[in-house]
Design a binder for this molecule. Structure first.
Ligand code: FAD
Ligand code: SF4
Length: 490
């Protein structure tokens, strides 16, 4: 044997990363299930089940291909590597660049050598080149460059459909009594059962744990959901938990699928003529735009970025985040119940419900970030840190997004059917039945009016505070709401 190849549990693709040039005669493959990863935090069991079972299936597929595979359980990744080094002394250890600062440092210190991380479509140095010249890091300008560079949905130099962005068409509320096509279910096998037993968990059938299952999920999306993806992208309804979202993030993030495979399939489906441009463009923007931008920003902003708390938000995490019975807010109750069930909700509940609530209640960004990291099936450091600290709770003072994503009940009422079954009224900002989002939205603007008045995208909203004749009562109600939320009684 000539090399030890270490495969982190988010590099599970045979054709990318360190496995790209691997050879079963010369390379020993190592995967490590570290205790830090499994028991180190209050991880959602569905998430652990997905990550561990995917890794074990992947290890099995490499063995079937003829590789010597060492699948190690150890306290830490480095402890796992030490075990393998004893068995194969003096072999160099190779890995594709890991996806977090922390793992990068630990492996570097141990003497692992790296090959370029190609699990994204944008090499890290290329993103740095773009970011270093930007005054404000507008995703849209990065995205347009990506479309041209990667030649996706382009007609020569012009964007397909005559426009770069069809966002305006992609903001429909949910249709009444909405029933979409049934969601794909994934059968469980022996490996799944063993992992489930070890974890003491009864997994859903929502998430595949094999490459084959991930490919089936991708096919299901393009066959049954892609054409309607765009217009209903931002809608939320208690009648359908995912609408037409692809449910592909866990697989793209752990390597069972590569972003290039998803984009190739999207362009192919669009070329059949049955998918409207607003859906095709909307989806492509998520993959070659948002996903790449967020990863690039993680590396650009550096390891200390996660500690930002520019709004001085220090409220401890509210009890409703871990226990949906601790709130009567229907939108939050539904969202947290959905997370408890399958470790996933789409981007609007993540942004406009969960993060919005953390933002307007002044919840400590790091406590909220830790909770989000623990409960989502697709969470990793590189993706959660910019999405939460920069986009979700504006804790970076506007470095990433020019304006906080704060909203009152009117937005949630327009984009969902949650308010109909709620104890509160989205139109009211004072009184016992006032929607907590509406009250706290104005209270939030008032608390930060001095700094927001200097932001040209916020100054009009801050100016709107002058029109609130009931601001003194609203401030009193906001304190009641905050106390009630802390006590789990709102
Ligand atoms: C506060 C917050 C936290 C988030 N945390 C995560 C996370 O931990 N992991 C994660 O993968 N996504 C995260 N996202 C992005 C997005 O919510 C999820 O990627 C998406 O909901 C996954 O479901 P899907 O595959 O059906 O996505 P679709 O709606 O079908 O979108 C297609 C793909 O686009 C990519 N994508 C879209 N938006 C983003 C984004 N902002 N960042 C990265 N990728 C994106 C994902 O790979 C996704 O699979 C977060 C967004 C917000 C606002
Ligand atoms: S009224 Fe307010 S709390 Fe209730 S569901 Fe609507 S937005 Fe959520």
């Amino acid at each position: 044997m000539k090399r030890i190849i270490y495969i982190p549990l988010d590099h599970l693709h045979r054709k990318f990363g360190a496995l790209k040039g691997a050879n079963s005669q010369e390379d020993v493959i190592v995967l490590v299930e570290s205790a830090r990863m499994t028991t180190g935090r209050n991880w959602h069991k569905e998430r652990l089940f997905f990550l561990i079972s995917s890794a074990r299936h992947f290890a099995q597929s490499l063995e079937e291909e003829g590789f010597s595979v060492e699948y190690i359980k150890a306290a830490t990744t480095i402890d796992g590597l030490k075990v393998v080094e004893k068995k194969y002394p003096k072999l160099p250890i190779v890995c594709a660049e890991p996806s977090s600062f922390r793992q990068f440092e630990a492996l570097k210190e141990y003497g692992v050598s790296f090959i370029e991380n190609d699990f994204f479509l944008t090499p890290r140095p290329l993103f740095m080149d773009w970011a270093k010249d930007q005054k404000s890091f507008l995703m849209e300008s990065f995205y347009r460059k990506q479309r041209v560079r990667l030649g996706v949905l382009m007609n020569g130099k012009e964007p397909e459909g005559g426009s770069w962005n069809f966002d305006k068409e992609n903001r429909l509320p949910p249709p009444k009594k909405y029933e979409g096509p049934p969601y794909l279910e994934h059968k469980r096998d022996e490996i799944d059962s063993a992992v489930a037993t070890e974890l003491g968990h009864k997994p859903t059938t929502t998430w595949a744990t094999t490459r084959k299952g991930a490919l089936a999920q991708m096919k299901n999306f393009f066959d049954n959901h892609f054409d309607e993806f765009g217009p209903l992208e931002d809608a939320m309804t208690s009648e359908n938990w995912a609408l037409h979202h692809s449910l592909l993030s866990p697989y793209i993030n752990n390597g069972l699928l590569h972003a290039s495979e998803v984009i190739t399939a999207a362009v192919k489906a669009y070329k059949t003529g049955s998918v409207p441009i607003e859906s095709a463009e909307g989806f492509v923007r998520q993959i070659i735009g948002w996903r790449e931008y967020v990863n690039g920003m993680y590396w650009f902003l550096g390891p200390d970025y996660r500690e930002n708390n520019e709004l001085g938000a220090n409220r401890p995490l509210l009890p409703l985040f871990s226990d949906p019975t601790k709130t009567s807010m229907n939108c939050i109750k539904q969202t947290v119940s959905d997370i408890n069930e399958r470790a996933w909700v789409h981007h609007i509940p993540r942004l406009m419900l969960l993060s919005n609530l953390a933002l307007v209640t002044g919840t400590n960004p790091q406590e909220f970030l830790d909770w989000m990291r623990e409960v989502f099936i697709d969470a990793s450091e590189w993706v959660m840190v910019p999405n939460v600290i920069g986009m979700g709770v504006h804790a970076d003072g506007g470095r990433m997004m020019t304006k906080p994503y704060a909203a009152g009940g009117a937005y949630i009422s327009r984009m969902s059917n949650y308010c109909k079954g709620c104890a509160y009224n989205p139109k009211l900002r004072i009184g016992e039945s006032a929607c907590p989002f509406t009250t706290l939205y104005w209270d939030f603007l008032d608390r930060h009016k001095e700094s927001f008045a200097k932001n040209h995208r916020m100054s009009q909203l801050v100016f709107g505070l002058n029109r609130l004749s009931d601001l003194p009562e609203l401030k009193v109600r906001a304190q009641e709401v905050l106390k009630g939320l802390e006590a789990g009684k709102i």
